[in-house]
Every structure is written in C-alpha cells, then in structure tokens.
Design a protein around this ligand. Structure first.
Ligand SMILES: NC(=O)c1ccc[n+]([C@@H]2O[C@H](COP(=O)([O-])OP(=O)(O)OC[C@H]3O[C@@H](n4cnc5c(N)ncnc54)[C@H](O)[C@@H]3O)[C@@H](O)[C@H]2O)c1
Ligand SMILES: [Zn+2]
Length: 358
C-alpha cells in the first residue's frame, strides 16, 4: 500500500493510503505501537454519521470514546476545544490517551490542537476524509483554532503519530467540497510536479474516485516541503501559499461560507498566474494549462463585480505586510518551479484582482 514517510527525526510518522483502511484502524494503531493508549475519536456530526461506526467496529478491545462537534468552520474555536477537553476528562481520558481525528481539516486542526494541550500534550492520529485534508492539512503538524480577529491565529505545531488515508471515505463527500479540494492538488502540481497535471486531468470530476497513488504523490510533495521547513522559518514552506495571498483576501471579503476555501484559492491562483507572467517569465501556455485544470474541477475563475478590489486589498494586507511598497509573493517561473519574490507591488496585486473580472 502506498506509504509516505514524513521524516522529522523523533517526530517522524507514516502516512498510509489505501481503500478500506477505515475498518483496519485498530490494527494500524497496533502496528505503530499505539494500542496501549486509550483512544478518543474526535469528529464532526456529519462525518461521524457516515464513518465513525466503521472505525469503532475495528476495535475488538479498548473501544474508543466518540466526541463530536457540529460540522463547519464555526467549530474551530477555543470554546469547542475546551468543551472537547472537558468531555474527554469526564470520560476518564488522561495522558495515556490518544486522539483520533476523523474528518476534514476543521476536525484535524481542532483535534490536533486539543491533543497539543490535553494534559500538556498527548499523541494523535489523523484520519482525513476530505480532499483538502487528505492532500494537505493532515500532514505537517499545524493545528489550531480561529478567533474573531482572524483564522488560525491560535495553535501549536503538533505532529501526528500516524496518518491514515482511506480514499473510499470520499464517496460520501458532497460535490462542491470534493471539487474545491483539487485547488490544493493543482497548487501542488503548479509548485512542484508539472507531470501531475496530466494525472489530475484524468480524474472524472463527477465521480468520487481518486487513485491512492495520486493522493500519496500529493502527500509526498507536502511532506518534502514540511521536512525542509517544519516551522516555516525558511522560504520553503511559504511556497505552499501559492495562490493564497489574493485567495485569502477574496475569502475574507465574503460572508463566511459563501465561497469555499478552494474556490477562493482557484481565483487566487488565477491572479498569481498573471503576476507570475509579469514578474517571473511564466508562459501564457503554462497559465492556460493550469486554468484549464481548475475549470475541469468546476472551480470559479471569475470574481463577482460585487466584490471591490479595494476590499480584497484591505483584507489581504491584514495578514501580509508591504515593506517599502513591496510584498513577498509566491510566483511560478514554469510549472513545477516556484519561488518567493520581493518585487510585487500593490498595483500589481490590484491589476491582478481587476483582471479576475474579465
Ligand atoms: N493544518 C493545515 O496545514 C491546514 C491546511 C489547509 C487547510 N486547513 C484548514 O482546513 C479547514 C478546511 O478543511 P476542509 O475543507 O476539509 O473542511 P471541513 O473539515 O469543514 O469539511 C468540509 C465539509 O465536508 C464534510 N465532510 C468531511 N468529510 C466528509 C465525508 N467524507 N463525507 C461527507 N461529508 C464530509 C464536513 O462535515 C464539512 O461540512 C480549514 O479550517 C483550514 O484552515 C489546515
Ligand atoms: Zn489552502
């Protein structure tokens, strides 16, 4: 079965990808030497309804407790983290427990954060169930919650002990959530793996079938970046922000939930391609290829005229600071080759955002 090893010294762990793994969770914990710990599953109500029983049934002894939160970004909060911690304490969990995060990125980020603070830190396992979480958020150890002032502003680096990816869990994912996840996979191809564009194009966007090998290839891209820059102190992990500067600005300009993260990132990628052509010599053919792939997954490429450029600029400058009129920005010089450059100006960003209406 495809396995990606994330090599981080004593924080190393495997990411195992295969159809049907959900019914082998207990066995996999045993193989990793984690079966002496008392398991607590954290999930959201939607995912739990579809998949929790399969995971629970894989345990013949030491049955896990189940703790759920309402589905959606609103649950990624400090108050939900507290509720989960208190529930776990009342259920008898302590430092000899292990958390199993079963769900998308919201569950993974929140459960990972709970694991990082519960009894000052206990181990956790990720079982991602969306494309976003399978190719991106379950690997890398960034955990956290949102506050009213901004997303992901509180958190900790806390690496999982094991990541179990079962592509069959995607079968129950709604169409929109399925499609948006491919924005991150397209981002991976754009920054690191030009050949993967063809494999992504071969996926039927109307089906919920993603080859384990393709997921593993994405995970390996993320893993190599994380290994090179675990705490994002160099410019390497920043490459994963390709499409995210303007994408985040657009996402923050809309009421929550109107546009999914991946949809905003598709627009951010289109804007970043324009800037890459101007500043890093990316060819128009290369841009067209990436845009074609975003379209293949029904991702939006046009910004509504109701969202003014000034609003997007205001939102994006909240987390990105200009230094003497310039911003650090991830561009492509060719597909598969990305870099952080420091020559992009506010008017470049404005022009790229304006261009999204054309
Ligand atoms: N830690 C990181 O490095 C990192 C990276 C990228 C994104 N994120 C975070 O991830 C979050 C987004 O993750 P997401 O897109 O997975 O969203 P999500 O966890 O909210 O899942 C999206 C929706 O799909 C439902 N769902 C999930 N799996 C399902 C399944 N198999 N069948 C049916 N329904 C299912 C959920 O209940 C939810 O309603 C954001 O909070 C973002 O900040 C973190
Ligand atoms: Zn993203």
């Amino acid at each position: 079965m495809p396995t990606v090893q994330v090599a981080l010294g004593d924080r190393s762990y495997p990411v195992i990808v295969e159809n049907g793994l959900l019914s082998a969770v207990a066995e996999m914990l045993k193989q990793q030497g984690l079966s002496h710990l008392r398991p607590a599953i954290i999930s959201d109500e939607t995912v739990a309804a579809h998949h929790a029983q399969t995971v629970i049934s894989s345990f013949t002894e030491n049955p896990p407790t189940l703790h759920t939160i309402p589905a959606g970004e609103g649950s990624k909060s400090l108050s939900h983290a507290e509720v989960l911690c208190r529930e776990m304490i009342r259920a008898g969990h302590d430092r000899r427990s292990i958390i199993i995060a079963l769900g998308g990125g919201v569950v993974g980020d929140l459960a990972g954060f709970v694991a990082s603070i519960f009894y000052r830190g206990i181990p956790f396992v990720q079982i991602p169930t969306t494309i976003v979480s399978q190719v991106d958020s379950s690997v890398g150890g960034k955990t956290g919650v949102n506050v009213a002032e901004g997303k992901n502003l509180l958190g900790a680096f806390h690496q999982p002990k094991l990541v179990i990816v079962d592509p069959e869990t995607l079968k129950t994912l709604p169409a929109r959530e399925f499609h948006e996840g491919f924005a991150e996979a397209i981002k991976h191809a754009a920054i690191r793996d030009a050949a993967m564009l063809e494999d992504l194009l071969a996926i039927d966007p109307e089906k919920r079938e993603v080859p384990a090998e393709l997921l593993a290839r994405n995970i390996a891209i993320k893993a190599r970046v994380v290994e090179a820059d675990e705490y994002e102190t160099k410019d390497i992990r920043a490459l994963l922000n390709f499409g995210h500067t303007i994408g985040h600005g657009i996402e923050a300009s809309l009421p929550y939930g109107e546009m999914l993260h991946g949809e905003a990132i598709a627009l951010g990628i289109r804007a970043a391609l324009v800037i890459s052509e101007k500043h890093s010599g990316l060819s128009t053919e290369a841009s067209q290829k990436i845009l074609g792939l975003l379209k293949h997954f029904h991702l939006p490429l046009k910004l509504s005229p109701d969202i003014p450029t000034a609003t997007v600029m205001e939102k994006l400058t909240r987390d990105k600071k200009f230094k003497s009129g310039k911003i650090r920005f991830v561009t492509l010089s060719e597909i598969g080759k990305a870099q952080v450059i420091e020559t992009v100006t506010a008017s470049d960003l404005e022009a790229a955002i304006d261009n999204l209406r054309g």
